[in-house]
Design a protein around this ligand. Sequence first.
Ligand code: GAL
Length: 421
Amino acid sequence: MRQLGVKSLLAAIMAVALAASMSVSAMAALSGELEIFSWWSGDEGPALEALIARYQQLYPNVRVINATVAGGAGVTAKAVLKTRMLGGTPPDTFQVHAGQELIGTWVVADRMEDLSWLYDQEGWRRVLPEGLIRLLSTDDGIWSVPVNIHRSNVMWYIPRNLERWGVKVPTTWQEFLEIAPVLQRQGVVPLALGENWTMTHLWESVALAELGPDKWEALWRGELAWTSPEVRRTWELFGEILRYTNADAPSLTWQQATDMVVNGQAAFNIMGDWAAGYMTTTLKLRPGVDFGWAPSPGTQGIFMMLSDTFGLPKGAPHRDNTIAWLRMIGSREAQDIFNPLKGSISPRTDSDLSKYNEYLQSAARDWRSSRIVGSLAHGVVANERFMNDFATVMEIFYTSRSAQAAVNAAQAVAIQSGMVQ
Ligand code: GAL
């Protein structure tokens, strides 16, 4: 008996050793290319580049093509991606937001491979929040791998500038509207703003404050009409706030709007926490000392989230290399390389927070203790069809400042994009 036990133990050890050596040689054997498609270029590039460097250490024989199309929130990249996907030349993997941008766009069109088996192999169901997995799933599968959690509803400022101008961080939009003239009198733009999508980004924080989380969610379930008085009020308030933004907003990138705050031209900016990544990684500013943050006015205790993910499109030319990429980016090690540079937190519950700066540690605490809702500007609550047309709604409002025109147009867009029956 004992002898048999030793024998089978030996056999088991041999089998494990064989499997291990096979997987090591399989790793080395990966070759050819891996094309990663995203909008993380220039100032937004360092975190992705660090991930790619790690991949190259693990798979030195794969030639990685870092295919980026510049432009915040992926406005340009997503148009290029659409052409490629519909033209039958998908990249091996691409950046896509968790939620409707993934499910209501690429999964309904049957363009993605189910990754449930990878989640099982890697034990990701145990370490990723259930709510996030739900955003990546349908009844038929799990469709991408998340690398991060970003927060949308954050207000950024420079503490010593606010002191100099004699104003405090507003906790409501009413307070903001009261201090805005004080700032203007000193030649300071109260709120820095950039191009079209950053206006939608601002609007979603304003709408969240005005509607509260339950009605925000009801709007996306089609249970609250765009033409309701509550939603019209979000546009009216948004219009009042726009009076205190820079006139050249349509021509500025999000980084240029952040720069206005950093340079002391503007007091505040509402932007996702990639702004923290930009200020710490690119501008080398110290969180809590050189820049400060607060939930956007009226959204205390609420975390408006979004998540960048990568998936496996059907027909990806280098499927094995892509699976190795997806396996790696879902790991704790890779996520703790990527996120401290990116200005986001890892969705993994076992992430090592000692590697994250003060801002990100506070975001991680808020992520655990807040009411979570999904972002519109970054793909969680609406599909691509809606998002494209909503850019026009925003344009209409920015030029006409008519709340009624905006809600009428948005209601029509919601119906056309299938978001409302
Ligand atoms: C978001 C994306 C972020 C960041 C930002 C600005 O949509 O999720 O990771 O890239 O756009 O471009």
